[in-house]
Unconditional design. Sequence first.
Length: 70
Amino acid sequence: MVTVSAPNAQDCVALAEIELCGDLMIAAADALEDRLSPDRIDEVLNVRAGDGADSAEPAPTIPRQARQRR
């Protein structure tokens, strides 16, 4: 018997990580070069330069689910 429960925080984090990995795979497949540059990876993962512990605005931890795909 399989029981279905409400998603917990670990489920949400795992789904966010899976989405980020998918975004990286899509970007890698679209790339003309052999590897994604660190700047391109930051762009795909929505990481801005200067984000850190002392940053005024924290980096997003869960990507936007409604984001449009190409």
